[in-house]
Design a protein around this ligand. Structure first.
Ligand SMILES: NC(=O)c1ccc[n+]([C@@H]2O[C@H](COP(=O)([O-])OP(=O)(O)OC[C@H]3O[C@@H](n4cnc5c(N)ncnc54)[C@H](OP(=O)(O)O)[C@@H]3O)[C@@H](O)[C@H]2O)c1
Length: 256
């Protein structure tokens, strides 16, 4: 009988994202180690693709056409190609694979490593069963949203694909501040981590939006207000808006 858990999953591209997906799938306990073919050897791309039902492409965007060419002879209409690459749209995946090939474009994020990815995806040529398979896979590594409109991917890439890096940068800047005032590193890291974790939990569970939550922390004439005023005076908001726009524009610079 068909079972998603029995599907063989090849991961081509053993870098940060490939490892994060592998680790997320394993900690979910929904997929067995024996069913994950982790492509550590570039020369074996075709071999692992041949044995797999789902082929996850976790290589750099410019390498996607190269890898699709390499695994071309392993493809058939039953295999699902799942690309994680930014700047590679469905047309490109279709162009370098077979007509009617089941293809999926996903924008996950690095939090897949702990089973907390935000993965937005869109597809072509999936049967209902294959759609269920992809959902199960993506739910094993976090949350998933199926998007009908592929043009949203550029914005999504700049928000959720790159998003963890903005958060980690902010955490690092606060760590640097803590260092500068000689706070014990172990203590400061615990404080910062719990502050980010608690804030994320408030965003998720309080039912209040980010603006309302921020206002709950800012007392008139207090310490938080002093900090936020300084950020505003120095154009923090504009810097951030411009930065996200740069990411969005880079994302629209499609591989051809
Ligand atoms: N990192 C993220 O947070 C993130 C989030 C969302 C989407 N993505 C997407 O995920 C993809 C991978 O990103 P990444 O950050 O994981 O990059 P990465 O750490 O540089 O990993 C890419 C891996 O692919 C390998 N590779 C290159 N050519 C190959 C080939 N022909 N066959 C097999 N493997 C090959 C590289 O090996 P060598 O280094 O030995 O060349 C490297 O191990 C990108 O397309 C990116 O847009 C990444």
């Amino acid at each position: 009988m068909y079972s998603v858990q029995k599907q063989k999953i090849a991961i081509i591209g053993p870098g940060n994202m490939g490892k994060a997906i592998r680790d997320g799938l394993l900690i979910s306990k929904k997929f067995n180690k024996e069913n994950i073919l982790f492509g550590e050897d570039k020369l074996k791309n075709n071999e692992i693709a041949k044995s797999a039902d789902l082929i996850i492409l976790a290589v750099e965007p410019s390498i996607i056409p190269v890898v699709l060419h390499e695994i071309g002879s392993a493809l058939d209409k039953n295999k699902i190609i799942i690309s994680l690459a930014a700047r590679v749209d469905l047309n490109i995946l279709a162009k370098y694979s077979n007509p009617n090939q089941p293809i999926v474009r996903v924008m996950p994020n690095i939090c897949a490593k702990v089973g907390e990815s935000m993965s937005c995806w869109t597809s072509r040529n999936l049967t209902v069963e294959k759609e269920r398979t992809v959902k199960t896979l993506l739910r094993a590594i976090g949350k998933e949203i199926l998007l009908e409109d592929e043009s949203m991917f550029d914005a999504i890439t700049s928000i959720s694909g790159s998003g963890p890096a903005y958060v980690f940068l902010l955490a690092k800047m606060i760590e640097d501040f803590a260092d500068s005032i000689q706070l014990d590193k172990k203590i400061s890291q615990e404080i910062i981590t719990q502050t980010f974790f608690g804030s994320a939990k408030m965003l998720k569970l309080s039912g209040l939006d980010a603006d309302k939550l921020r206002k709950m922390v800012v007392s008139k004439g207090g310490t938080t207000e002093a900090a936020l005023n300084e950020m505003q005076v120095n154009g923090w908001r504009d810097i951030f808006m411009n930065a996200l726009n740069k990411a969005r524009k880079r994302s629209s610079d499609n591989v051809t």
